[in-house]
Design a protein around this ligand. Structure first.
Ligand SMILES: NC(=O)c1ccc[n+]([C@@H]2O[C@H](COP(=O)([O-])OP(=O)(O)OC[C@H]3O[C@@H](n4cnc5c(N)ncnc54)[C@H](OP(=O)(O)O)[C@@H]3O)[C@@H](O)[C@H]2O)c1
Length: 329
């Protein structure tokens, strides 16, 4: 149960909201919450088939668009009362102080969004950044996220920034990768084993964002978003093993071996699972200031209570059900 929101909510909740990157994990949750409130939602995507899960929502329009094209952006802004930016990537070509792909997605786009929103008279932008974003952060990902926050602020549009820690929930989460690896390897070699996180449920992230759309005091604020408990990466892998019935020894990789592993995964065929830049992000803990989890008086879900739902299909019960169904029993 969550506490009642404490902040003042503006009577003017937006009636049309543009969700840039809204077909992704967090954006889709926000789209569902807004649709449930009968808010008109526009979701541009590079490929409409990636947004199939949103098409049936009654007030949601999914449109194929290139949000990097200023003319298309201007068209999308038309009629929107608010914009939320969810665009983010984990991997980029390398470069200093960050790679070209990070620059395009994390810096140039927020700048363009701010400019287009001002020109269209859109009253507010909510921007999803990342916990640990900072000009002196160890990775290009985190440095570019910080530069994007600044670029958006420089545009002069009224903005609110959310910085989540690792986000999980609804059957989609970073622990599923560990679950797959634990199914294959007898021991788990782990980079960044001692880095600490406060994973936050996607439902909590989404409701904070939606709440902010209707609140006045959020303008110009930056909100970290965390779950209530701190876990090291090693603890997260062990919890995953316990939940799926595949406990394996976890071996923390020292710096040079971790870099070698990241390098191998960066250049392995198929989708990139990890890069050297991801490893650099792991040099710093991803924690909220002590005692702070969610804003607006919301109370946050605890990962221990949600992990089985997060690892759906991997738990022993799910595996047994699958075997029975394969055997037609
Ligand atoms: N998930 C987490 O644990 C976490 C933690 C901290 C911060 N964040 C931040 O939260 C935001 C949302 O995360 P998420 O997990 O929902 O991400 P996601 O599922 O990967 O969705 C991101 C969306 O961004 C769009 N996108 C990606 N690259 C793009 C590009 N180059 N140009 C235009 N659009 C692009 C994609 O849209 P289409 O493919 O539909 O075009 C995608 O739907 C991101 O900024 C992320 O950095 C996430």
């Amino acid at each position: 149960m969550s506490a009642a929101p404490m902040s003042r909510v503006s009577p003017m909740f937006p009636s049309t909201v543009l969700l840039i990157g809204g077909a992704g994990f967090i954006g889709s949750h926000v789209a569902r919450l807004l649709a449930a409130r009968n808010v008109r939602v526009v979701v541009p995507t590079r490929r409409r088939d990636r947004a199939k899960h949103l098409i049936l929502l009654p007030t949601v329009d999914v449109v194929e668009a290139d949000v990097h094209d200023p003319a298309e952006l201007a068209r999308l802004m038309h009629g929107a009362d608010a914009v939320i930016n969810f665009v983010g990537i984990l991997h980029s070509r390398s470069g200093e102080p960050w790679g070209a792909d990070f620059d395009r997605a994390h810096v140039a786009l927020p700048r363009a969004l701010g400019t287009a929103a001002r020109a269209a008279g859109v009253e507010r932008i909510i921007h999803v950044s990342a916990l640990g974003a900072g000009a002196d952060a160890p990775s290009g990902y985190l440095r570019s996220k910080a530069a994007g926050e600044v670029a958006l602020g420089d545009s002069g549009v009224a903005s609110t920034i959310f910085r989540p820690s690792l986000v999980y929930g609804d059957g989609e989460c970073f622990l599923r990768l560990f679950a797959r690896l634990l199914g294959v390897f007898p021991v788990m070699p782990l980079a960044g084993a001692d880095t600490r996180y406060q994973p936050v449920h996607v439902r909590d992230v989404a409701r904070c964002i939606v709440h902010a759309l209707g609140a006045d005091e959020v303008i110009g604020q930056v909100y970290p978003l965390c779950g209530p408990k701190v876990y090291s990466m090693r603890e997260l892998v062990r919890m995953t093993g316990r939940t799926i019935g595949r406990e394996r020894p976890v071996i923390g990789l020292p710096g040079p071996l971790a870099t070698l592993q990241a390098l191998a995964l960066e250049f392995a065929p198929g989708p990139t699972l990890m890069s050297r830049d991801n490893l650099l992000s792991m040099r710093v803990d991803s924690l909220c200031p002590a005692g702070c989890t969610l804003p607006f008086g919301f109370s946050a879900a605890v990962l221990d209570n949600e992990i089985a739902e997060c690892l759906v299909d991997f738990t022993p019960t799910d595996r047994f059900a699958r075997m029975r169904s394969k055997a037609h029993r």
